[in-house]
Design a protein around this ligand. Structure first.
Ligand SMILES: [Zn+2]
Ligand SMILES: [Zn+2]
Length: 944
């Protein structure tokens, strides 16, 4: 049996390819270790997950602080390929052992060629003789695939080598520089400062723009305009001088402008409005941005549409449709979409030749639709992108639009004004492409010499504007112009800058760290921040693709460049490190400490602890607690509190909405206000006074000393002492409450649609805020609060164990003994006082004297009598008595003594049912014993 294996770039494309090529033959899906394959006839398709191997340094370079392998050593370090998708690699090799033909059908670009080459190497490693060919296509559609699979070629090793060179160079630049800068600035863990070959010059552009904006000095200028009217319509005309850079000439012109307004010239003309050129990646991203899609999102959706056969491959530099593109066929296909009317309009009004852009390349055609889709099928967002691509395609086939233009000159007292109008006389491509606005200004007809009224003359003062910050799409355009990155990587680079917190906002602004790193590098190693070096490398990639240079040769040259950069860097290591540290420390500063006028800053400690502390610590201990970092990493925002002049704080967490704390001091005051009012000796006036003395929490009051507090708050020492001890008890209460909350959180299983807050509020209403209350609550009450029956029983039992454990510990029972009591089922303090110590000793296995000591402790604490201790003699005598009763043997005596029953009197006086539960002896048996004892006693009395 023969097998033809087709290797696609992703699972979804493997499935699509199989669906199309099987042409209705039976298609079976197999799953092997979670990886799907699709088979029909003798063909099997399998999808990779993009790269299934990763390039990394050979072992020995993981320690950042190693003396032998300093960051610079990474430049010359050898690299190896490590499988990252082990299951896929294993399956690919298993299948290729059996295959007699393998076709690589990964995406058709440098990255795809490299992914294909990685698969090639994995296959060759297990099967040296299998035929391996390559299918290239720009759209996952029947025509394209049939053509590609019947015209397979060889893998393009030169193209793959260019991709490999880029990988190696990016790894070595990124790793060596990131390590160097992070170590110099003493940053590690999640705080490292990443530097990259394309990333850093891109960041440099954003920082440069920000600096231009900062140094920009706005200039005033004046604009003169007038309003007139014709046929009931208001018409605005502007002074032909344009901008006046000084006020007085503008004012003179204004004052000279007099009625009547005379038409001196009427110029009408026509303007051709060319239909737009086909989409390449960059123009597509720009157009999608106008619809509100970020670059990364636009690319993700486009890839999705490609994989599903609705549009062609979206990573392309081409803006000219190749002659081979079947435009007629495409029109017929998309005629079945909801845009039937537009398609038919274009079919009837085709321009002779489609429009073309400036860039022409041979790899992929411009982005165009390949299949018909509906809104129901795609969902709103994806459908909007599909519509954009489809309409753009239609627009490139539609005729140009024609405008009628009109320019009128007016004279008013010797001053000349002009009004312009534009009217769309032939809508052309605008009919099918509503995404670029065609603003019409329709003017009524004018005749030379005509007099018009002068309604209003206005002089406006304006200011020149600074250059605009980059939007994502503008930045991508600029990167393309400068040769930074590729069509496939540009949007990823920007996303990386955002995720590394080097830039923020929309349009993009550098953060303090982004700026510190860039400026420091600019000053001390400018070849890393300038685009020139990266452009050179891109040019080298091109040479590899054209087989003019080898990969090794290019990497060697890149190593040399990086060594030069390191010469600069190492010479300035201390300066760079200090520089970055000094500048970035500021990013955590919030403002002035209210207590000592030092600086408040967010501090992050190991183990997720974060708080706001004072720069004058330990002299000033003022601090504000923050939630643990797993609730969000605390950062400063630009907003500032009007009252406290502190920057706002925000907690940010990946994949979650940010949590805005606001002004940390306002937050601190509000969260503590309620607990402060719980202090009995607190009143309004005192509350105000403590705030002005910068005391915000109960804890601070409780920690104060009598003298200092008396002095600070101007109180008598006794009053101060009362306040301190009141605060102490409130603090203890708060501690117990938070303990209770934590207990509930730890013991209730998180469940959808149930909130702890709700349960806690319900319990609070029922008066339960502490563990002691919870331990004494009943199941019904917990159920009322929203906890299920079984869970309530469990929570109660747990609460009892925990709470009584605390009480017993407080009484003085050592933790080790406590454990033994608990595992013997003795959890409440009362249990210590209602049974003889012997039984406790037997049940726990602890010595009678130890147990006796504990029992005395507990019962004294509870103010209950200590159960009697029995002497050996008493015990022996009791045994004899008991053995004399019919049915009682040594085992029974053993059981009874554990329950504190050591003689017939005890047994007679005990409650049979309770004793049964405690001993495991059946109640009716105990009742029989009791009857026997009674009978014996009766007999004894008679005998007397
Ligand atoms: Zn302070
Ligand atoms: Zn505030």
């Amino acid at each position: 049996m023969t097998m033809h294996l087709i290797v696609a770039e992703k699972n979804i494309s493997a499935r699509r390819i199989a669906e199309i090529l099987s042409e209705g033959k039976k298609l079976t899906e197999h799953r092997d270790a979670g990886v799907s394959t699709y088979s029909f006839g003798d063909i099997t398709t399998v999808g990779l997950r993009g790269h299934v191997v990763e390039i990394d340094f050979e072992p020995g370079y993981t320690n950042w602080r190693s003396e032998e392998s300093k960051p610079r050593s990474l430049i010359d370090a050898r690299t190896i390929k490590i499988p990252t998708e082990k299951k896929i690699v294993a399956l690919l090799q298993k299948l290729s052992k059996r295959a007699d033909r393998v076709t690589i059908a990964t995406d058709f670009d440098t990255e795809g060629e490299l992914i294909g080459k990685e698969a090639f190497e994995l296959i060759r490693a297990v099967n040296t003789s299998v035929v391996i060919d390559r299918a290239r296509f720009s759209a996952i559609t029947p025509q394209e695939l049939q053509h590609a699979f019947s015209h397979t070629t060889e893998l393009d090793f030169a193209l793959a080598a260019a991709g490999e060179a880029r990988q190696s160079i990016d790894l070595m630049w990124g790793a060596a520089l990131t390590r160097f800068i992070s170590l110099a600035a003493r940053r590690g863990g999640s705080n490292i400062l990443s530097v990259g070959r394309v990333q850093t010059p891109t960041l440099g552009m954003i920082v440069d723009r920000e600096k231009e904006i900062e140094v920009f000095v706005p200039e005033k200028y004046w604009q003169l305009s007038l309003d007139t009217e014709k046929c009931g319509e208001r018409i605005e005309a502007r002074h032909t001088h344009g901008r006046f850079h000084e006020k007085s000439p503008a004012e003179i012109a204004r004052d000279r402008t007099k009625a009547p307004l005379v038409v001196t010239e009427v110029k009408s003309g026509e303007k051709q409005d060319r239909a737009p050129s086909p989409f390449d990646t960059t123009t597509y991203i720009v157009a999608a941005a106008r619809l509100g899609f970020s670059a990364a999102n636009a690319m993700r959706i486009a890839e999705d549409l490609y994989m599903n056969g609705f549009i062609s491959y979206p990573r392309t530099d081409n803006t000219v449709y190749p002659p081979s593109l079947d435009i007629e066929g495409i029109l017929n296909t998309i005629r079945n979409s909801p845009f039937k009317k537009d398609v038919e309009w274009v079919m009837a009004n085709r321009r002779p030749v489609p429009t073309r852009g400036k860039k022409s390349s041979t790899d992929h055609p411009p982005i165009h639709p390949t299949g018909a889709a509906t809104r129901e099928l795609l969902g709103d967002d994806i459908f909007r992108i599909y519509e954009l691509v489809l309409r753009r395609f239609l627009a490139t086939l539609a005729p140009d639009a024609r405008w009628k233009t009109l320019k009128i000159l007016f004279d008013g007292g010797g001053e000349e004004y002009t009004a312009t109008g534009g009217q769309l006389v032939e809508a052309g491509w605008h009919t099918v492409y509503p995404f670029s606005e065609a603003q019409e200004t329709i003017l009524p007809p004018f005749v030379i010499g005509e007099h018009l009224p002068l309604k209003k003359v206005s002089l406006e003062e304006k200011e020149t504007q600074p250059p605009a910050r980059y939007t994502q799409s503008k930045l991508i355009q600029r990167m393309e112009e400068l040769g930074l990155g590729t069509k496939s990587t540009r949007h990823e680079v920007i996303a990386k800058l955002v995720s590394r917190k080097y830039v923020e906002g929309s349009p993009l602004r550098p953060t303090l760290v982004g700026r510190a790193v860039t400026e420091s590098l600019e000053q001390h190693a400018d070849m890393i921040t300038k685009p020139d070096m990266t452009q050179t490398i891109e040019a080298h990639m091109q040479q590899i693709k054209e087989s003019k240079r080898t990969r090794e040769d290019v990497i060697r040259e890149s190593r040399k460049m990086l060594h030069q950069a390191f010469d600069q860097l190492e010479a300035n290591e201390t300066v760079i490190g200090d520089d970055i540290r000094n500048r970035t420390a500021e990013e955590m500063n919030l403002g002035t400490c209210p207590v000592c006028k030092g600086t408040l800053a967010i501090k992050h400690l190991r183990g997720n602890t974060q708080f706001i502390g004072c720069s004058r610590y330990p002299e000033c201990t003022f601090n504000i607690g923050l939630p643990m970092a797993q609730w969000g990493f605390a950062v400063r925002t630009d907003e500032v509190c009007d009252k406290h002049h502190l920057n706002f704080v925000r907690l940010v967490r990946k994949g979650a909405r940010p949590w805005d704390i606001g002004c940390p001091l306002c937050h601190h005051i509000t969260t503590n206000a309620e607990s402060l009012t719980e202090i009995p000796s607190m009143n309004e006036a005192l509350a105000q006074k403590i705030l002005t003395q910068h005391i915000y929490t109960v804890a601070e009051l409780a920690r104060s000393t009598r003298e200092s507090l008396a002095q600070r708050l101007d109180l008598s020492p006794d009053t101060a002492q009362k306040l301190i001890s009141d605060a102490g008890s409130v603090l203890e209460k708060l501690r117990r409450r938070s303990e209770c909350r934590k207990f509930m959180r730890d013991h209730l299983i998180p469940r959808k649609g149930r909130s702890y807050a709700k349960i806690l509020t319900a319990l609070k209403t029922a008066g339960i805020t502490e563990l002691s209350g919870l331990a004494h609550a009943d199941v019904a009450l917990l159920k009322e609060a929203g906890i299920g029956q079984d869970e309530a029983v469990q929570v109660l039992a747990e609460a009892k164990t925990v709470y009584y454990g605390q009480v017993l510990k407080e009484i003085g029972i050592p933790a080790v003994s406590l454990k033994k009591y608990v595992s013997a089922g003795i959890t409440s303090p009362e249990a210590f006082c209602n049974q003889p110590p012997e039984s406790l000793s037997k049940r726990t296995g602890m010595s009678p004297s130890t147990v006796q000591r504990h029992v005395e402790l507990v019962c004294t604490y509870l103010k209950k009598p200590v159960p009697k201790k029995f002497s050996k003699l008493q015990i022996e005598r009791g045994k004899k008595e008991l053995l004399a009763i019919r049915g009682i043997d040594r085992t029974t005596i053993e059981k009874l003594s554990r329950a504190g029953i050591i003689n017939t009197t005890h047994l007679l006086e005990s409650d049979a049912v309770k004793l049964a539960a405690e001993t495991g002896i059946m109640a009716h048996v105990i009742q029989d014993f009791q009857k026997a004892i009674q009978k014996k006693r009766d007999n004894a009395v008679i005998q007397i």
